[in-house]
Design a protein around this ligand. Structure first.
Ligand code: KG4
Ligand code: ZN
Length: 353
């Protein structure tokens, strides 16, 4: 079972070929991140235009890298939500067209669910991607933490899941990106906050954790604002100081301590709820997906506090990629899920789990 996966929900145009839901044969990612950096965040219009330029060469490269032709492809899987509509449209229209022209079944993929399926890749022909060695076992707790999502999902089996909770405002990656902006680090900020945090004291400052009505819900907007207020206070100013002036007034040590304290608290917010869910549901393992899965402090806290096994994807498969889409696509085919109609499949920007 060979599936081509296509991903274009945000600023990465990606395509990948996966065999039998476990063997990675190619993984091509073209990012327009550099074009967004000077604006401090993804500009949807620029992302969509970049997808138009990249989509055909990226798909062809995925076939070439796997040394395959269209005859070898059994099905096409494409992210149709959640994401930016202009971005999703390009991947979905490309996949619909190819499904019709090449006469392949088409499978619609939920981007958030797909992030977790990067953990099911256990073989790789690619030298730069070391796969996991074990396949996650059900029931499992899915932890999806990215720029757009913070969700805890209990999976009893493939496609049989319950959303336990999610963020009520910002996603954790978004909070990392906003704190990066407050500290004057370039976009994408998460990795820069986490690098700076290595130099700082994670206990230097106490930042708030929101109390939520939903047991497994999150909130990250309060901690982001509290971080801004902390910075303003440290330089002797009040809330009226424009945030773009703050990086020029904070010294290096203050920035490192703020980054480390924010990172510790943001990760604790996730890990506290993961522990609650593990106590209540006793999953056989916890699997992580999304860009923030790359964060070293999160990994440290989970390893220290969680008793069940924790599965991470290869670092290269933490962010957006086509491999996770192709892997979930393989399971859809193998388990007899209904294919989508290539003439009518629509984007679903607000798709939830
Ligand atoms: O999954 P992803 O590539 O795209 C979305 O679906 O959102 O995640 C990107 C997010 C960004 O917010 C980025 O800042 C964050 O993941 N991120 C990190 C790290 N690496 C990426 N956040 C914290 N620490 C990191 N090492
Ligand atoms: Zn993502």
């Amino acid at each position: 079972m060979v599936v081509l996966g296509i991903e274009s929900s945000c600023d990465e145009t990606a395509a990948s070929i996966v065999c039998d839901g476990r063997k990675l044969l190619s993984n091509v990612v073209a990012s327009s991140m550099d074009l967004h950096a000077k604006y401090g965040g993804v500009v949807p219009e620029i992302a969509a235009r970049s997808h138009i330029e990249a989509i055909v060469p990226v798909i062809q490269q995925a076939l070439d890298d796997a040394q395959m032709t269209w005859d070898d492809i059994d099905a096409i899987a494409v992210t149709n939500g959640a994401g930016l509509n202009g971005s999703l449209l390009i991947g979905v229209l490309a996949a619909r067209t190819l499904a019709i022209v090449k006469k392949k079944p088409l499978y619609a993929i939920n981007h958030v669910e797909a992030h977790l399926y990067a953990n099911f890749i256990t073989e790789s022909t690619l030298p730069d991607i070391e796969p996991r060695t074990t396949t996650p076992e059900f029931p499992l707790l899915g932890i999806i933490i990215s720029g757009g999502h913070s969700q805890l999902v209990l999976f009893r089996n493939h496609f049989d899941y319950t959303l336990l909770g999610q963020t009520r405002d910002d996603a954790i990656g978004e909070a990392f990106d906003k704190v990066a902006k407050i500290l004057g680090f370039p976009y994408p900020g998460g990795i820069n906050v986490s690098k700076k945090a290595l130099e700082g004291n994670p206990l230097a400052y106490q930042l708030p954790k929101a109390r939520m009505a939903g047991k497994y819900d999150f909130s990250f907007s309060g901690i982001k604002t509290a971080t801004l207020r902390l910075g303003q206070e440290l330089v002797g100013k009040d809330y009226s100081l424009p945030s773009f002036e703050l990086p020029g007034l904070l010294n290096d040590k203050q920035k490192a301590d703020i980054a480390a304290s924010f990172q510790r608290t943001a990760c604790e917010i996730i890990v506290d709820k993961v522990l609650l869910a593990c106590d209540e549901f006793s999953p056989r393992c916890a699997i992580i997906g999304g860009g923030v899965a790359a964060n070293h402090e999160l990994r440290r806290q989970l390893a220290e506090r969680l008793s069940c096994p924790i599965e991470y994807p290869s670092l290269k498969l933490c962010g957006d990629n086509g491999a996770m889409v192709a892997t979930l696509g393989c399971y859809k085919v193998m388990l007899g899920a209904e294919p989508a109609d290539p003439h009518t499949l629509e984007t679903a920007p607000n798709l939830s789990m």
